[in-house]
Design a binder for this molecule. Structure first.
Ligand SMILES: [Zn+2]
Length: 493
């Protein structure tokens, strides 16, 4: 069993200490005002935004340690890993979502609802997709068992959604998290502070039993589950992790020799024990693991873990991010071209190429790769949103119609992408469609926990939109959410 290459440890600095980061979240002038820009100033404003973003990449990074990580390829695989288990649990495919949290400790948890949160540190510590599936089965057991970890106050700090399709700082500056994200963030922080409440032993064994049942029904071997839990236990023994923040999973899900022995007995007599794990899922797991590492780790660490003599897809993926973060654009592009040479129709390779070009200030060149990636994935929202972003960044008004179309399609399928709302606001603003620009701003602001601005924009939008139209109804909805957020904030104070 190989040791995982360590991800960068969470920095000790609290994430809101950067005065710049704080001002971005609280004053709202940067992201909030932009969508209303008419045609001519759009150019200047984009320039301002890019300059601002460049500044933020440096300034916000220390604060960007914990956020929800969103990436189309990663989410597709995690969904595929959880779906058969959800079905085995009597739920629909797609009913249970897996949300990835940027946190280097090894943990996974549920907060309530049908979402399983897993830390990037867990992906990094896992060697196989089957190991991750074992954890998902166990967490699903907590969901179906109705085991909820109670968590106290402390919810209310701004939180973020980071898109892997954007360099860290830019996304952190512009994006916020939804309601569920809030709970997750607060919970993650409490886990780090050691005030986390663990599941009881009874709940643990019931989740184990349920997880084993789901794996069995889905015909998936429990070997990965066992190796992963044993690995965690070994870490504890070897490094005395129990008192350390890295012991996240072990503390929230107390491990014991009894539990493991019981699991082993259950798994070994299962018909699926000797079923080989899915080779395609394993191949894709190695890709997303490397991709996350490249995105999250320091470039020097990535280049150590994936030196240039490694020429497989995972290594090239990881290095492309490392070079991109170092602004070694030619090297980053060489890696993406090598990937595309292996499979020209892989939408995620094309997405990465588009990202590198777009973020290097070459949006026009990014268009064909991103348009193709959008087509190949049948408008996967995160990829379509990146394409929409590139279309707008060309500052060519003839692209606005296409941008509006892809961005509308993106947010219709996936509302939790504040950056897509932001881009959509830019398009409406450029077209002079002020009410819809205001509505898009309101959508982005409500997600970023800026209820004052969201309320103002939603009310203005409501006055300008045709009474009773879907957009008008949506404006009423957002205004209502904003008022609820404001009331909750009042009650806390
Ligand atoms: Zn558990």
């Amino acid at each position: 069993m190989s040791m995982p290459t360590p991800l960068p440890k969470r920095r000790a600095t609290p994430r809101v200490t950067s005065p710049l980061a704080r001002s971005v979240f609280s004053d709202g002038s940067v992201a909030g005002a932009l969508p209303l820009a008419p045609m001519r100033p759009l150019h200047q404003l984009l320039a301002r935004l890019l300059a601002f973003a460049a500044m933020l990449v440096l300034a916000v990074q220390p604060a960007a340690a914990q956020s929800i990580l969103r990436d189309a390829e990663t989410e597709a695989l995690l969904q595929e890993l959880v779906d058969p288990l959800a079905e085995a649990a009597g739920l629909q495919r797609g009913a249970v979502e897996v949300v990835l949290i940027n946190d280097s400790s090894i943990n996974a948890f549920v907060v309530g609802g049908q979402r399983i949160y897993i830390h990037s540190g867990l992906i990094n510590a896992a060697d196989t997709a089957n190991e991750v599936q074992g954890v998902l089965a166990h967490e699903l057991g907590h969901i179906t068992g109705g085991h909820i970890i109670r968590y106290g106050e402390g919810i209310g700090n701004a939180t973020r959604i980071s898109l892997l399709s954007m360099l860290v700082g830019v996304a952190a500056a512009l994006a916020g998290g939804g309601e569920a994200a809030m709970g997750a963030m607060a919970l993650g922080q409490q886990a780090a502070m050691g005030s986390f409440l663990a599941f009881s032993r009874v709940q643990e064994s019931s989740a184990d039993a349920a997880g084993a049942e789901y794996l069995s029904k889905a015909g998936i071997t429990g070997k990965g589950s066992l190796t992963f839990f044993e690995k965690l236990q070994n870490y504890e023994f070897r490094y005395g992790f129990r008192q350390d923040e890295e012991a996240g999973f072990a503390r929230t899900h107390p491990l014991s020799g009894d539990r493991l022995a019981r699991l082993r007995a259950d798994y070994e007599q299962d018909a699926a024990w000797d079923t080989p794990p899915d080779a395609d899922q394993q191949r894709r797991f190695e890709r997303i693991k490397a991709k996350l590492y490249g995105y999250l780790a320091r470039p020097a660490d990535t280049l150590n873990a994936y030196p240039e003599h490694m020429t497989g897809v995972p290594a090239r993926y990881a290095r492309a991010y490392a070079y991109h973060k170092q602004a070694r654009i030619a090297d980053a592009l060489a890696e993406t071209e090598a990937l595309i040479a292996m499979d020209g129709d892989d939408p995620y390779f094309l997405e990465l190429k588009g990202q590198v070009l777009l973020e290097s200030g070459r949006p026009v060149e990014a268009l064909s790769a991103l348009r193709r990636a959008t087509e190949l994935t049948n408008n996967k929202p995160l990829i379509a949103a990146l394409f929409g972003h590139a279309l707008i960044a060309t500052e060519d008004a003839t692209h606005h119609e296409e941008a509006e179309r892809v961005l509308r399609a993106a947010v219709a399928r996936d509302r939790e992408n504040p950056f897509a709302w932001y881009q959509l606001g830019v398009v409406y603003g450029a077209k002079g469609d002020i009410p819809r620009a205001q509505l898009a701003s309101a959508e982005q602001q409500i997600m970023s926990r800026r209820p004052h601005e969201a309320l103002g924009n939603a009310e203005s939008a409501g006055r300008g939109l045709p009474h009773g139209s879907p957009d008008w109804l949506r404006a009423q909805d957002v205004a209502m959410q904003a008022r609820a957020q404001l009331e909750r904030a009042d009650r806390r104070n």
